[in-house]
Design a binder for this molecule. Sequence first.
Ligand SMILES: [Zn+2]
Length: 269
Amino acid sequence: MYVDTHCHLDDSAFDADRDAMFARAHAAGVTGFVLAGVDRDSWIRQRALVRSRTDCVRAAGVHPMIVGRFAFDEPALRAQLDALHAEFRDDGAAVAVGETGLDAHFVDAATLDVQLRAFREQLALARALDVPVVLHVLGRGTHARAIDVLRSDGLPARGGIVHSFSGSADVAQIYQRLGLVCSFAGAVARPAAAKVHAACRAIADDRLMVETDAPDQAPPGTPSRMEPARLGEVADAMARVRGTTSAILLARSAATARRLFPTLPPAPP
Ligand SMILES: [Zn+2]
């Protein structure tokens, strides 16, 4: 009945045991999956997954790390951005735009102007299609710049998600007022992550989601390959921070995910 609100289950990390990985997720009560696209190769793999399964939906976008890689190869970047439009048509179509946003942590900050341009273009696509946007915003100064863009350009009416949220409580409140949902991944399980904990406490129940970002972002001190069956590890950490139970948190997160992505499998009666 639960939903992993952001994961990369097409990743080659799951090539050896993908069916077993899905079976473990279902056994753990995680029966819906939002796949996040990063580049054209991932869109092809994720479209095939969505076509072959009823429990996956997907977002398609050009990730800021990919934009960074092609920042000085305009034809290659253009090809990715132009190809994106076709991902919202035909069998296995994407239902959200993303990941898009800004990254000055893993990506050279010298590429931020190019990242900004690709972000605004993808945001405009989400508005035109009226689908949610899935944001990746990471690194010094990126939240302020992303918020400026969201305020000046506007969000799609269907809103969106800031995935793997790592900003402050103040930044979380701003995103929330703009109409976005904040989703948390394994970093919230870090005992010393006081800023992330404060942000996790600052968000309303219906604006908060739980994700694995599998295969990345395993909680510290746990097996490094994250997978949806371990969504409860993230929820447990968030529940401790918020003084609630992970079952309540996961049920609310799933309800929020189904509002954003109505084609996810419904909750059991
Ligand atoms: Zn991701």
